[in-house]
Design a protein around this ligand. Structure first.
Ligand SMILES: NC(=O)c1ccc[n+]([C@@H]2O[C@H](COP(=O)([O-])OP(=O)(O)OC[C@H]3O[C@@H](n4cnc5c(N)ncnc54)[C@H](O)[C@@H]3O)[C@@H](O)[C@H]2O)c1
Length: 367
């Protein structure tokens, strides 16, 4: 723990410090084995999952764990003997032995830490939501492009067996033209002190939407309520897409039970994804309705279809492990991840619009 450069000094090093040889094109020259050496900043609720999964990878290695809370760090040291620990992020950011930095801290800190890491020539893995504002995200994307570095935003669900299956079903046209996406994500807590429920929970659903729907959203309406600490704890987000496609995301910190259910309605098939189901997470229903022989505007003949229910096989590999392996692979092979800074930015645009509408009690915000 010898190196104690203040974060502000690290920020000021931009452009005076070139990426270390191990982080860019010369990567394989300095590492006999292709291993990405990662420094993890933040070891609270989520950080331990990042460290555990990185350590399980053949091509990943956690070199240093940083948390400013010494008690947390003592736990990290006990859990991961042989891994360096520090309370000072600058030891991670300036270390020549680190190729990539994982930022697993509260959102208000993402921008400064990710920016400092990029300035030091490190690739970054940043938690969701990417940053606090779209302007910050744009700055990080520009910086990473300029330095030929990778940004990955932790949109974990994209790497779950369920979302990979849904994406392939949508891509193959099995559901037909999409009508709606309707998700509910609720549990009791964890109330955050610096962000509302939209910023905390909706990034999951919005990143999934962004991944499976290629049309760009046209408008957002959000209503909600704050009952405890001045932050919205219940919110209902409606997103309008072209061609009558509509999405609804219900996020709730005050739900008595945990709910993780998504309905996707298509012209040909309808899908229910219950992420709390152990085995049969996705069910596809051959159900639908169509208008036949409209006699006049008041007298439509509706034909309902109620066919088979199909339960597709869904991979059970831990999503975070798949995602982190992909992160390492993108670095080693100079590939742009699907959940790159641009994907993080698209989610942020929706979050900002949703929050703006929420503050104005459901005023429509257009893009
Ligand atoms: N992808 C997911 O499914 C998922 C799940 C949970 C949380 N998250 C995200 O992970 C991030 C962290 O969430 P959490 O629940 O672990 O939070 P947390 O508050 O439990 O942990 C954050 C840790 O970071 C440390 N920290 C804060 N600022 C620091 C700094 N400048 N330098 C070093 N350490 C610092 C704190 O001491 C704390 O131990 C958030 O952005 C959250 O949205 C993602």
């Amino acid at each position: 723990m010898a190196n104690t450069i203040p974060l502000s000094d690290v920020l000021a090093l931009e452009d005076r410090t070139q990426p270390n040889a191990a982080t860019v094109e010369g990567f394989t020259r300095t590492n006999a084995v292709d291993v990405v050496r990662v420094g993890v900043i933040g070891f609270g609720n989520w950080g331990p999952n990042i460290v555990r999964n990185l350590q399980s990878l053949e091509r990943g290695e956690v070199v240093t764990i940083c948390d400013r809370n010494p008690a947390v760090l003592r736990g990290a040291a006990r859990m991961h003997r042989g891994v360096q620990v520090t309370t000072d992020p600058c030891e991670v950011l300036s270390s020549p032995d680190i190729d990539a930095v994982a930022v697993i801290t509260p959102v208000r800190t993402h921008f400064d830490l990710a920016k400092a890491a990029l300035q030091q020539g490190k690739h970054v893995f940043v938690e969701k939501p990417f940053t606090s504002t779209t302007a910050q995200a744009e700055e990080l994307i520009e910086l990473a492009d300029r330095k030929n570095l990778r940004i990955m935003v932790d949109h974990t669900f994209l790497f779950s067996g369920a979302v990979m299956k849904i994406r392939s079903l949508v891509d193959s046209g099995a559901l037909g033209t999409l009508y709606y996406f309707d998700s509910t994500r609720g549990n009791l807590g964890l109330l955050q002190h610096d962000i509302n429920v939209v910023w905390d929970l909706a990034p999951h659903d919005l990143s999934i939407l962004d991944h499976i729907i290629f049309e760009r959203p046209q408008a957002v309406v959000t209503t909600g309520g704050n009952h405890l600490n001045g932050m919205a704890d219940v919110a209902f987000i409606t997103i309008y897409f072209p061609d009558n496609l509509i999405a609804h995301v219900n996020v709730n910190w005050l739900s008595p039970v945990k709910t993780r259910t998504t309905l996707i309605g298509g012209e040909n098939k309808m899908l229910v994804w219950n992420d709390l189901e152990a085995d049969e997470k996705i069910k596809i229903y051959d159900k639908g309705a169509k208008i036949v022989e409209p006699r006049d505007v008041h007298d439509h003949l509706v034909s309902y279809r109620s066919g088979d229910v199909w339960v597709p096989k869904v991979q059970h590999t831990e999503a975070l492990k798949v995602e982190l392996d992909y992160f390492v692979d993108c670095i080693l092979n100079s590939r742009t991840p699907c959940n790159d800074g641009a994907a993080g930015l698209r989610v942020l645009r929706l979050l900002e619009a949703a929050d703006q509408s929420l503050q104005q009690r459901g005023k429509i915000v257009t893009f």
